[in-house]
Write a protein that binds this ligand. Structure first.
Ligand SMILES: *Cc1c(COP(=O)(O)O)cnc(C)c1O
Length: 354
């Protein structure tokens, strides 16, 4: 028998979550499948999201994997190209490119074909990560419009606080001000802005996390948003220890029993992608019942509190996150976000699809 850990990827949940996005907007949907579809598998996710109007990712090689698999939708490279060779490949295969810097415009001169490339001009509206400052946009726009390699231009930005109380008012006003004078398609919204700010939908929305069934908001659950978890990371209990008061658990002896108790050893550790920094008290399901982790997560195992689960033992099922155990809750307990957990799933975890 193989080690009992597995990640179940639920296609119908992806389809459901795309429908939730559809219902929320009339804009076209660029499904964000960077980082191997947030750890769910690039082609697996692309297939379940085949109704999307386009796919957004980072690496031209991943874009070519999609083209090779027969996908004809729009594909957008969210960081654009990194050198002239990638730019030529993008032009050859009809892959759109974000243009965020002058050096990328300069590379366009190496494009062998006229009108070969659709570009998304990125405006920096305050995040100060990628993009042209508002006062640089007119000049960049001019260079792109005049360039023989460029076919279509879309204007885009990305919000720093769409999921936060601070919101998007200031960057949205800045973007609208800059974009107002052009007849170009617009794209602004990630999952949080798509769900919360219809006034920022523009022509293309760019949902990522919501498609995988996690809420982008701290105060609203995925279930409240109608989203279903796509990845369920599960395993089993492979050993049980009976502790007496004063007994300690795991590396660093971080947990110490105050009274006698039973604990289960779960076949899942940080080498599977479970966060090592998840502290005692991180929630998980054993036999469908909520309980907590204890002590330090090790490479291949972690500890579950079985005090309140007298029927649980060797062979009991464990859900680390997914169905019945929202990944956001686990992430919150571990001081991170759901994105990091699903992305961190490692190659040794067998994936099953449903
Ligand atoms: C990752 C990313 C998205 C998707 O964000 P979510 O919060 O996962 O919806 C959208 N736009 C850009 C530019 C991104 O980098």
């Amino acid at each position: 028998m193989p080690r009992p850990i597995q990640a179940l990827i639920d296609h119908s949940a992806l389809e459901n979550n795309l429908r939730v996005a559809r219902r929320a907007t009339s804009a076209r949907i660029m499904a964000v499948i960077k980082a191997e579809g947030y750890g769910h598998g690039l082609l697996r996710v692309a297939e379940a999201l085949a109704d999307a109007d386009g796919y957004a990712l980072l690496d031209i090689r991943d874009a070519l994997r999609l083209r090779d698999a027969g996908y004809r939708q729009a594909i957008l490279l969210l960081e654009g190209y990194f050198d002239a060779e990638d730019m030529v490949l993008a032009a050859e295969h009809g892959v759109s490119c974000v243009i965020h810097s002058d050096w990328q415009i300069a590379l366009l001169d190496a494009c062998p074909k006229r009108g070969a490339l659709d570009v998304w001009l990125k405006v920096n509206t305050g995040m100060n990560r990628l993009g042209f400052a508002p006062q640089q946009v007119a000049q960049a726009m001019e260079r792109l419009r005049r360039h023989r390699a460029v076919r279509d231009i879309t204007l885009m930005t990305h919000f720093a606080n769409a999921d936060e109380a601070r919101g998007i008012a200031a960057p949205l006003a800045l973007f609208n001000d800059v974009a107002g004078s052009y007849r170009a398609a617009r794209s602004l919204s990630n999952s949080a802005a798509l769900l919360r700010y219809p006034q920022a939908h523009g022509d293309w929305v760019r949902p990522g996390i919501m498609l995988y069934g996690a809420s982008p908001f701290a105060e609203t659950s995925a279930q409240q948003l109608g989203l279903k978890p796509v990845m369920t990371l599960s395993s089993r209990i492979i050993a049980v220890q009976e502790l007496r008061a004063g007994d300690e658990v795991g590396y660093g002896s971080l947990f110490r029993a105050e009274h006698s108790m039973r604990i289960g050893i779960v076949a899942c550790g940080y080498a599977d992608g479970y966060p090592r920094h998840a502290p005692t008290g991180t929630p998980l399901l054993v036999d469908g019942q909520r309980t907590r982790t204890l002590g330090r997560v090790s490479m291949d195992m972690l500890f579950a509190d079985l005090s309140a689960l007298p029927q649980a033992g060797v062979g009991s099922s464990v859900v680390l996150w997914g169905e019945g155990m929202p990944v956001e809750e686990v992430a919150h307990a571990a001081g991170t976000i759901s994105y990091e957990l699903t992305c961190a799933l490692t190659a040794r975890v067998p994936v099953v699809t449903r």
